[in-house]
Design a protein around this ligand. Structure first.
Ligand SMILES: O=C[C@H](O)[C@H](O)[C@H](O)COP(=O)(O)O
Length: 219
C-alpha cells in the first residue's frame, strides 16, 4: 500500500470512535483530510465539528458539516488528528502544517484523542522531525536565541504565517529524552505561543496504518 492509501485506511478506521449526536474535534493535515471525507459519509449522525484550522474548516464546510466555535461547545468526546511523529508512549510531535496551537487547545478539551498516522510516523525517540514552535512575530529572534541555549537549531519558516497571525521556528537537533520536561521548558520562553510537543496531553489511542491492517496502540 502507498503512504496515501495507509492514511486513507486510518482515516476510515477513526470513524468507529465517533459518538452519535456528538460534536467531533477535527485536526489538520493530509491524514485528517481522509478522516473528514469519511466523516462526510456519516454527517447525518453527528451534530457537527470543531476545527483546528482554516483549511480543515473549509473542507468540513465543503462537505456540509456544521463547524462550531470552540467557545460554543462544552463537550468534545473525541478529537481525531494526525502527527508528524509518535513514540510508543503516544507522545507526539505535531505542527508540520503549522496548526499546532489550535490543535493543542482542542486536544486539551477533548475527552479522547485519537491519533491517526501511517507507520512511518512511529519512532523510538522523538526529534528526527524538526520541532515546530509558534512564536509571536516580535519575539522571533529572542526565542531563537533561547532555543540555541537549549541546544536546538531553530530555522525560521519563511513566508508562513499561522492562522493566529504568528510565525513558526522549526527546531532541529534537539535531544528529546524527556518530552514533558522539554515541552514545559519551551512553553516558559516568553514569546512562545505553543510548541509542537504533545506530551503532557499525549494521544490516548494511535491508529497506525500498516500494510493491509490498522494497528491500535493505547497508552
Ligand atoms: O500542523 C499540522 C498538524 O500537526 C498535522 O497533524 C501534522 O503535521 C501531520 O500532518 P500529515 O497528516 O499531513 O502528515
Amino acid at each position: 500500500m502507498t503512504q496515501d492509501e495507509l492514511k486513507a485506511l486510518v482515516g476510515k478506521a477513526a470513524i468507529e470512535y465517533v459518538e452519535d449526536g456528538s460534536i467531533v474535534g477535527v485536526g489538520t493535515g493530509s491524514t485528517v483530510n481522509y478522516f473528514i471525507d469519511e466523516l462526510a459519509k456519516i454527517k447525518q449522525t453527528i451534530k457537527g465539528a470543531v476545527s483546528s484550522s482554516e483549511a480543515s474548516t473549509e473542507r468540513l464546510k465543503s462537505h456540509g458539516i456544521e463547524v462550531f466555535e470552540l467557545n460554543e461547545v462544552d463537550r468534545i468526546p473525541v478529537y481525531v488528528d494526525g502527527a508528524d511523529e509518535s513514540n510508543h508512549l503516544l507522545e507526539l510531535i505535531k505542527g508540520g502544517g503549522g496548526a499546532l496551537t489550535r490543535e493543542k487547545i482542542i486536544a486539551a478539551v477533548a475527552e479522547r484523542f485519537i491519533c491517526i498516522a501511517d507507520e512511518s510516523k512511529l519512532v523510538r525517540r522523538l526529534g528526527e522531525f524538526p520541532l515546530p514552535v509558534e512564536v509571536i512575530p516580535m519575539a522571533r529572534s529572542y526565542v531563537a536565541r533561547e532555543i540555541v541555549k537549549l541546544g536546538g537549531d531553530p530555522v525560521y519558516r519563511t513566508g508562513f504565517v499561522t492562522d493566529n497571525g504568528n510565525v513558526i521556528l522549526d527546531v532541529h537537533s534537539l535531544e528529546i529524552n524527556e518530552p514533558i520536561k522539554l515541552e514545559r521548558i519551551l512553553n516558559n520562553i516568553v514569546g512562545v505561543v505553543t510548541n509542537g510537543l504533545f506530551a503532557e496531553r499525549a494521544a490516548d489511542v494511535l491508529l497506525l496504518g500498516k500494510q493491509d491492517t490498522v494497528e491500535t496502540i493505547t497508552r
